[in-house]
Design a protein around this ligand. Structure first.
Ligand code: NAD
Length: 431
């Protein structure tokens, strides 16, 4: 059992805190957001993530986890995990303000030797600089490690306990060893490397996954023109073990708090060392086009969207989360509003957050209400609730069932059995 402090109680920090507590460590989770800490102390999760809330409560009952805004409480931690946000600056590079603010507070608080483990996604070279920054501000010996996070929102706890790998970057063998010990109860392959390589593994992994998505989306656009079905194409490609089937689902592009910002940050990082990352620039460009694709198609279909009653199904950037950061829904709703459409939206989980973003949107309390009297439905997030919705609902509830499906939720043969006009991505149109 180790005494661990986790700085940042967001998607990564909270899941990490609860996961580490669950495998037996004594965890103090610190956040400067008092509202978050108050709700966590009451056993309420400020974010939606499957199984997270009961696991917070269970570990609180076992006295393995505490939540605080007071940095003094990390004084006796042997390991401090840094999991604050690294959002993007206007030029696309990573904003390290929160990292340095937290580092400064840590430096002025620690009272004994400590190892700081950076979980946040930070540009290559940051850990080395951060080490110096903290060490200059405290007489106590500080070690620093990079331990990038690979969890996926929507399956974050599962990924904590059963991830594909744990990457540890450190300058000294003993530092890597300490972090390996911390993760010992987990049966996950661990790779150790230097700080810079660990930092780069995170960016390269996200850039590669984003590339797969934009690649299949480009193939989808060609499929639409040559009469092929991208789903069959992706299945056929994915059967090749060198390619693998994941991240080959055509759709309206990637979003979320990681891929958009991490791809842009990597382009910036490459630029700083005079390497133009042209492939990744194209990946980003394709994704931007993709998010606008369905609205472009709708405009073609209807000539004008002025006063069109549009139902938006799904708001979060993917199923299983309430996270709206860089979600396709933001781009799509913004465009629809500018075209003069009247929008009703529904999402099983993300509506409370979405209400802050879209004062001009009407929010329905269920999918039936969202579809009733609608002239056109657009599916933005592939929640099971939408995938499992019987197709006759569209026929019965809408004026005329016209669906623009940005996530290829329905089987074309099933759609053909109904009076539905159906547009999806990279597959033939059904009229
Ligand atoms: P988040 O915005 O959900 O959480 C960050 C938290 O840090 C917030 O609660 C904020 O109040 C807190 N914070 C900011 N400054 C602080 C300070 N000085 N002291 C204490 N708390 C402070 O962010 P997130 O999604 O958890 O991401 C955190 C990092 O992990 C980012 O670098 C991100 O790129 C990376 N990451 C995120 C994911 C993901 O799926 N969300 C996956 C892998 C990696």
């Amino acid at each position: 059992m180790k005494k661990i402090a986790v700085v940042g109680a967001g998607y990564v920090g909270l899941v990490t805190s609860v996961g580490l507590a669950h495998i037996g460590h004594q965890v103090t989770c610190i956040d400067i957001d008092h509202k978050k800490i108050d709700s966590l102390r009451r056993g309420q999760s400020p974010i939606y993530e499957q199984s997270l809330e009961p696991m917070i409560q269970e570990n609180q009952r076992q006295n393995r986890i505490t939540f605080t805004s007071n940095y003094e409480e990390l004084q006796d931690a042997e390991i401090i995990m840094l999991a604050v946000g690294t959002p993007q600056l206007s030029d696309g590079s990573a904003n390290l303000t929160f990292i340095y603010q937290a580092a400064e507070r840590i430096a002025h608080t620690v009272q004994q030797p400590v190892t700081i483990v950076v979980k946040s996604t930070v540009p290559v070279g940051t850990c080395e600089k951060l080490h110096e920054y903290v060490q200059e501000r405290t007489p106590h010996p500080v070690e620093l490690a990079s331990n990038p996070e690979f969890l996926r929102e929507g399956s974050a706890l599962k990924d904590f306990f059963e991830g594909d790998r744990i990457v540890i970057g450190a300058n000294h063998e003993e530092t890597s060893q300490l972090i390996m010990e911390m993760y010992t109860p987990l049966q996950i392959p661990i790779m150790t490397t230097d700080l810079a390589s660990a930092e780069m593994i995170k960016y390269a992994s996200n850039a590669f996954l984003a590339t797969k998505i934009s690649f299949i989306n480009e193939i989808a656009s060609i499929c639409e023109k040559v009469g092929a079905n991208v789903e069959d194409v992706a299945n056929g490609m994915g059967m090749d073990q060198r390619i693998a089937p994941s991240f080959l689902q055509a759709g309206i592009g990637y979003g979320g708090s990681c891929f958009p910002k991490d791809t842009k940050a990597l382009v910036q990082m490459a630029g700083h060392v005079e390497h133009r990352f042209e492939l990744l620039e194209s990946v980003i460009h394709v994704n931007n086009k993709q998010q606008n694709k369905l609205v472009d198609q709708m405009k073609e279909r209807f000539d004008t969207l002025l006063r069109k009653r549009v139902t938006v199904l799904g708001l979060s950037f993917k199923p299983g989360t309430d996270d709206l950061r860089e979600a396709a829904s933001l781009v799509i709703i913004d465009r629809l509003l500018r075209e003069g459409a009247s929008i009703t939206a529904y999402d099983p989980i993300a509506m409370p957050r979405a209400k802050e973003y879209f004062p001009a949107v009407t929010f329905a309390s269920n999918v039936e209400e969202a579809l009733s009297e609608s002239e056109v439905a657009i599916i933005v997030t592939e929640w099971d609730e939408f995938k499992e919705l019987p197709l006759h609902y569209y026929e019965e509830l809408m004026d005329e069932a016209i669906i623009f499906d940005g996530r290829n939720c329905y089987d074309l043969e099933q759609v053909k059995k109904h009076r539905i006009e159906y547009y999806s991505v990279g597959r033939p149109v059904i009229r």
